[in-house]
Design a protein around this ligand. Structure first.
Ligand code: IMP
Ligand code: MG
Length: 198
């Protein structure tokens, strides 16, 4: 899978170290505000790997729920408004809520989900994203915690996908240009196999 990358943007080791730091900072924050328990809400599927690793650094009780949002539909840029496909089931009233996402791009997803969470009147609401893309946001949102700020490239790995592939890549990188938005992803990769090379 790594050979499909044109460039590695964040290594496995950098991810591991930064997540441990973020876990410490978040534990500290919740200690300061007197929270004994946190309700973590992950935006799936992209934040699954990040949330799983981050939450294991928390030294307090965690309730976990997911909200499924989609706007990419197998493309490398949003093709629709973020759409909530599966709702949160936890009651968040008077709870300390942490919203976790993989990447902040246009800001549309985080904006939409924070509005939904705020409507439940949590005791506190913080946001944490692993990656923040350096580009003008279409929606003004400022995450409370950011793992890494990266250039404006379409990236995959560590939860982030292209057409549902590459989520299990342990690092984060940019796909080779010929693999971005091919008319048929599988066909583009087959051409790359040694058996089909002339
Ligand atoms: P936004 O709504 O434009 O901020 O986009 C946020 C969502 O789009 C994230 O939750 C990701 O699932 C997806 N996304 C944005 N940029 C990328 C990328 O570079 N690679 C993979 N997914 C991305
Ligand atoms: Mg995605």
């Amino acid at each position: 899978m790594k050979k499909d990358l044109a460039q590695i943007v964040v290594t496995e080791e950098e991810i591991r170290r930064r997540i441990a730091e973020l876990g410490g900072q978040l534990t500290e924050l919740y200690r300061k505000i007197g929270a004994e328990e946190v309700s973590a809400i992950c935006i799936t599927n992209g934040s699954i790997m990040f949330a799983a690793d981050l939450l294991r650094h928390f030294e307090l009780h965690v309730r976990l729920d997911c909200v499924r949002v989609s706007s990419y539909k197998d493309e490398d840029r949003p093709v629709t408004e973020p759409e909530i496909i599966d709702q949160i089931r936890l009651d968040l009233t008077q709870q300390h809520v942490l919203l976790i996402d993989d990447i902040l791009d246009t800001g549309g997803t985080l904006d939409k989900v924070t509005r939904i969470l705020r409507a439940q009147k949590p005791a506190s609401l913080h946001t944490c994203v692993l990656l923040n893309k350096k580009r003008r946001k279409q929606v003004r949102v400022k995450p409370d915690f950011v793992g890494f700020t990266i250039p404006d490239h379409f990236v995959v790995g560590y939860g982030l996908d292209f057409a549902e592939r590459y989520r299990n890549l342990p690092c984060i990188g940019v796909l080779r240009p010929e693999l971005q938005n091919p008319p048929n992803w599988c066909a583009a990769r087959k051409e790359d196999q040694p058996s089909s090379r002339r």
